[in-house]
Design a binder for this molecule. Structure first.
Ligand code: M6R
Length: 613
């Protein structure tokens, strides 16, 4: 995926565009560029590398234009290079375009345009768009007065795939045109200025009033107006949304990296997720859901479908749903689920989890289950994201903007939300005792202060990171609810430290993985479930006996152990202990990455959400 920004108003566009791009670098960071209309000509400045590199290009500070578009790229077609960076222009340098998404039929369109005499300077799919617009602008017969808008719309009609597109034309220095399909785009309304971005944080410092563009909807934006059109270019009005986020939410606020800030935000993000949904001695309330006892008792199966960290949250949620509601629950990786012809009917409930709400596989899986008649429930952190538009029901995590590529606070919010959904179902179904539910409610309300206690282990974890950051392989072991934590800890480590890592269910060790254990190998055990404690300790002793260095996260008093280091965390109901036990592992991955001198927030090859298959 890529990030796009746009500005039109009475201020210099370049600093606003560049600030916006810096906020969107989590979406891609292999090249960046801007196009502004300067003295009636389009001026494009772009290069491979990060936004900081773009900012240092000679002459960029002298640009005075008050209209512009900008892009930060995560390469799909064509390697990161100056030529492949956006914006792209048509051959006559009249139109400039930035694009997030993939044009699936770009080869066909490229051939068509080549036959018409157009040439291409890049290997991107995007470059067909400005040329196609130019082709229709100069050759077509517009059916409306606005020739620019008509040419954009006629070109877009030829595109197959996903796109969020911004276009400027040197002949129209007072407007920019945007359109989207299956890629996000928001428009921020200011006073005598308007903004465009792939995601709200990029323009949050300037406005809290936003329009969320719908699929196949166009907007023609000037200083003082935003006009919306549907795909047949009929105009319509649209409600504006006011976002409550603090502009500081997108700053580092004194933390060295967004990831560390987001780890430390977890007491508060959990408070926000719990919100008013849960009160002691009252039933859990989800105004978003209207599930009756009859509907819930007829559910034959729940599928939780997601990718990466969100899928790990689903594994924790499965435990809660099965234990509190006794409904069979399966967790699936979205990219597998969508192609394996899953058994789904109208008695199936499918829960889709996505922080960004834009993950291509998760959205495709949701569409598939809807087609098969299942009810769909989306859990997302991003207001109005694609997944929330597709699902029958949506529950927001309200964790606040998550900027670091490695997900931390979104994960813990997803877990607590899933457990609360399980409690809500259990209350409707009367499938668990009031005592069980009340104890769990108390535990959830205690989470923020217990997370604060875990965060106090920061220095100990920092020291541990110093000892092990040079390792080549690190293994994670856990049983029961500790197993998904092992998986999530291992994923966190590999994505930001590039250390090879695997997570195993501790009981599986003897079925193969123990062959990997040799002298001095690092094994991290998560031991929080009192019922499984003895078995997990035995598994860890087996690796100690084979020379492994063992580090243990536990909420139990383990005496007489020969583990190398123990991080103690508070005890809590085991259904939500993954929320506490993941925090030392998030910190460990963070400090290992820092010790290795890596870019924690923007790890290599990764983007914050994966909008392509
Ligand atoms: O936005 P999503 O929650 O749908 O993203 C899913 C995964 O791509 C994401 O969780 C990924 O695994 C993270 N980088 C993990 O830190």
């Amino acid at each position: 995926m890529c990030g796009i920004v746009g500005y039109i108003g009475d201020k210099k566009a370049t600093p606003i565009l560049i600030n916006g791009l810096s906020c969107l670098e989590y979406r891609g960071y292999d090249s960046a560029g801007i196009a502004v209309i300067e003295n009636n000509e389009i001026c494009v400045m772009k290069d491979k590398g990060r936004v900081a590199n773009l900012k240092s290009l000679s002459g960029i500070d002298e640009l005075t234009s008050t209209i512009g578009i900008a892009h930060t790229r995560w390469a799909t077609h064509g390697k990161p290079s100056q030529e492949n960076s956006h914006p792209h222009m048509d051959n006559s340098n009249q139109f400039a375009v930035v694009h997030n998404g993939i044009i699936e039929n770009y080869n066909e369109l490229r051939n068509f345009l080549t036959q018409k005499g157009y040439f291409f300077l890049s290997q991107t799919d995007t470059e067909v768009i400005p040329n196609l617009i130019h082709y229709y602008y100069t050759n077509g017969v517009p059916t409306i007065e606005d020739r620019f808008l008509w040419a954009v719309k006629t070109a877009v009609d030829d595109l197959r795939g996903s796109y969020a597109i911004e276009v400027v034309c040197k002949l129209y220095p007072d407007k920019l045109i945007v359109v989207r399909k299956d890629s996000p785009l928001v428009i921020g309304k200011g006073s005598y200025e308007n903004f465009v971005a792939s995601d709200i944080p990029a323009i949050l410092p300037y406005t809290k009033n936003f329009y969320l563009l719908d699929d196949c909807e166009y907007a023609v934006i000037s200083n003082d107006s935003i006009q919306f059109y549907d795909s047949s270019l009929t105009t319509h009005d649209k409600p504006i949304k006011n976002i409550k986020w603090d502009a500081n939410a997108t700053e580092k606020n004194g933390f060295e990296d967004y990831m560390l800030k987001e780890i430390y935000e977890q007491p508060n993000s959990i408070r926000e997720t719990v919100g008013t949904r849960l009160k002691l001695d009252e039933k859990c309330s989800f105004d978003e859901l209207s599930f009756t006892k009859e509907y819930l008792s007829n559910i034959n199966k729940i599928y939780i479908v997601a990718c990466g960290t969100a899928m790990h949250a689903g594994l924790v949620g499965k435990n809660a749903l099965e234990s509190l509601c006794r409904i069979p629950t399966e967790v699936d990786i979205a990219s597998e689920f969508r192609y394996r012809n899953p058994i789904i009917d109208e008695k199936t409930l499918c829960i889709y989890i996505s922080q960004s709400g834009e993950t291509a596989d998760t959205i495709a899986a949701l569409k598939l289950s809807k087609k098969k008649g299942a009810k769909t429930l989306a859990i997302s952190n991003v207001l109005g994201s694609s997944i929330t538009r597709e699902a029958d029901y949506t529950i927001y995590t309200h964790a606040g903007p998550e900027i670091a590529v490695a997900s931390t606070k979104a994960y813990t919010s997803q877990v607590v939300l899933l457990v609360m959904i399980a409690m809500y179902f259990a209350e409707v179904l009367e499938s668990s005792s009031k005592d069980t539910i009340n104890k769990l409610k108390t535990s959830i309300l205690e989470l923020p202060s217990k997370i604060e206690t875990v965060l106090k282990e920061n220095d100990k974890i920092k020291e541990l990171a110093k000892k092990i950051y040079k390792e080549h392989d690190i293994y994670f072991l856990g049983r029961g609810t500790d197993y998904p934590v092992a998986m999530e800890g291992s994923l966190k480590l590999k994505e930001i430290s590039y250390i090879h890592s695997e997570a195993y269910a501790a009981g599986e060790l003897k079925h193969g993985p123990i062959a990997l254990i040799e002298n001095n190998i690092t094994v991290i055990g998560i031991l929080t479930d009192p019922n499984l404690m003895e078995k997990s300790i035995s598994n860890l002793q087996e690796v100690v006996a084979r020379g492994a260095k063992t580090f243990v996260i536990t909420n139990q008093k383990i005496t007489d152990s020969n583990f190398d280091c123990m991080i103690n965390i508070p005890t809590i109901d085991s259904l939500i202990s993954p929320i506490l036990s993941i925090i030392p592992l998030q910190l460990l991955a963070y400090y290992i990455s820092k010790n290795k001198g890596l870019d924690v927030d923007k790890p290599r090859n990764l983007a914050k959400s994966v909008t392509v298959e």
